[in-house]
Ligand binder design. Sequence first.
Ligand code: GLN
Length: 483
Amino acid sequence: MKSVISSLSQKLRSGEITSRQLTEKYIAEVRAQNPAINAYVHYTFEEAMKNAEYADGLIAEGKGTPLTGIPLTLKDNIATDGLLTTCCSKILSGFKPYYDATVWSKLKAQGAVLLGKTNMDEFAMGSTSESSCYGAPLNPVDKTRVTGGSSGGVAAAVCADIAAYGLGSDTGGSIRQPASFCGIVGFKPSYGAVSRYGLIAYGSSLDQIGPMTKSVTDAAIVYDAIRGVDRADGTSCSTPAGKTPLKGDVKGLKIGVADGYFDGIPAEIRNAIEDMLAAYVRAGAEIVRVSMPALKIALPVYYIIACAEASSNLGRYDGIRYGYRASGYTGVDEMITKTRTEGFGKEVKKRIMLGTYVLSSGYFDAYYKKACLIRKTVEAQLSEAFKKCDVLFAPTAPVTAFAVGYSGGNSVETYLSDVCTVPVNIAGLPAISIPCGSDKNGLPIGMQIIGKKFDDARVLDTAYFAEINNLSQTAEVEGGVKL
Ligand code: GLN
């Protein structure tokens, strides 16, 4: 893995290339490659050229940061002032917010360059990105495979080198799982470490924005640029920096391995992670076995809580305030019903109904309340485990990329593929997915490193060890902007 951001930043600072030239290269490459992989759903090239001009000014004044002048993409659920933000849903078609998400205003102020908004599962609900109203993005490693989801477009764009990096969102694995399917790095920070202001809500107690990059170094650089308290998000908090430069020091590190995380994992994936673990042990880390029986029930707990929160969050789409409005209605009630019927896709409707059901009187105690109680047990077992170890190693997903159309994005297998990622969101922990070899079909495998709450810096540093020791290679695909 090599740091795309550091090498571009150095070229920009030395004057070898201007941000305008770099942006033009990326734009040409997006135009050439995107039709084949459908990673971007809205181009923002005019904005990009404006951003680049501003960046060149900052660099000339010696005010550049590592991200100044570097082109990125944002998942289409991150609000961008005056630029389409649709969550890949018909109900938000044509919607342009009046404000920027805090993450984008922070990056923009540093002279970051926005190339466009990327494809995703509708309202971030899914694990293959196939529920997008724009059609699924395809995996650049093998175009007959899905990218994973829901931040599949960001993963595809970064993998294909048509964005230097991107920001995704992770409610139950949507940064880490597509990163693992596309052979890149995906970092989900601790809940609260990065402001959610301007992230279109799915499950508010679980949602988190984070970087998707070609290297751990890049993830740390981007994380440091977007984290921090934000008055506009009451759940944001101050966390220690990602501590760039990273050291990759793993001597004496206690790596927890939980049986629950490896149950039913195919041998290929298990072996890849064992090989990685062995390299850490050779460098002086120690393996600690931990037990977390509640991991087995984290998945249903997640789906109850996420759907409950989604049913409430999505109540605001009614044809009055945002995006799409159906035509041919006789009163307000009919207008709302028609708009929601026509505007939401099948998967989103399923989850609104499930969420409404678990919150309705008579079922609230049996489902929602019980799920909230079990959430506490999952959290307690994870913190108990973290008394014995510094980080946990686990697979990112029990599978590699599904074939396109295999499940239509909503089969039992796709829900089950979230089993390794959701406990992290339930407990608000930081976790990273790094590439960890490939399966017999050449599809990338991802390994997850999970940390204690707000120990984001340690997660990044632990992952960095794999980077500097060449244990982990991001996917190489043909084409793209490789400078
Ligand atoms: N696949 C999970 C779901 O559909 C996670 C999605 C996400 O993290 N946004 O809920």
